[in-house]
Design a binder for this molecule. Structure first.
Ligand code: URA
Length: 235
């Protein structure tokens, strides 16, 4: 791959012309040697490239954990409403990013943003049953019958059949956590509505075996390390 293409594909804050300028100033090295030609061919898997003193590591794909705030939509673009992609900081931006899965506009929490269509497909495919954990706040205290109702797999409005879901009550009777193994439209809200209650606050806190980082503020992003990516698919 060309050196300038490689650097700007991995460092969206460095355009091809910015890389050219850094080359001219002698601030790009390949395996420790200064390179002045931005068109030099490099081996992206083995060569050690530094731009302005910072190593540029090759990642074919990027995986971003976003703590989605309420009021933002899971779409790539929208004329009127802020989208999750607008929350990605410049150093993590690259072409082809999209939210893998949707949360409602008023739902908060873990959204995966990636450019890896294959992983997103595996995570979202109805057959994969990757568990997703939600914190739920309800209008009325949880009734005793709701736990077994969700556990046996309930029918929601329109006759849709849900898979068994694990509901765990909290010390606060209006709060609980819910693990779903599928992702029907507005599923959590519709399940509680069918059980005679109403969701007043919803936050996704875990996908597969990966928890939303507790230190991540609403609107905050962090890159998921490669060793953790597989956890997104863990059942
Ligand atoms: N279920 C819902 O009802 N809303 C969400 O945003 C996610 C799951």
């Amino acid at each position: 791959m060309r050196l300038d293409k490689f650097i700007s594909s991995q460092r969206p804050d460095l355009s091809r012309s910015a890389v050219k300028e850094l080359c001219r100033k002698g601030r790009i090295t390949v395996n420790g040697e200064t390179v002045k030609d931005p068109g030099k061919a490099i081996d992206e898997n083995n060569d050690k490239v530094c731009a302005a003193g910072e190593p540029v590591t090759y990642r074919e794909h990027i995986y971003i954990m976003l703590n989605k705030p309420a009021g933002v939509i899971c779409a790539t673009k929208d004329r009127l409403t802020e989208t999750v992609l607008e929350l990605i900081p410049p150093e993590l931006r690259r072409s082809g990013l999209f939210p893998a899965g949707r949360l409602d506009k008023d739902t908060e929490g873990f959204v995966l943003i990636t450019d890896d269509g294959e992983l997103a497909h595996k995570m979202l495919s109805p057959k994969s049953h990757v568990p997703k954990t939600y914190l739920v706040r309800l209008e009325k205290p949880l009734s005793a019958g709701t736990v077994p109702l969700f556990a046996q797999g309930m029918t929601i409005d329109g006759g849709e059949q849900c898979m068994p879901a694990e509901l765990t009550p909290s010390p606060d009777p209006c709060e609980c956590s819910l693990v779903l193994h599928e992702g029907k439209f507005h599923q959590v809200k519709r399940m509680f509505a069918a059980a005679g209650n109403k969701v007043v606050y919803l936050k996704r806190v875990r996908i597969g075996a990966l928890n939303l980082d507790e230190k991540l503020p609403p609107g905050g992003c962090l890159e998921i390390l490669h060793k953790d990516v597989e956890k997104l698919l863990a059942r």
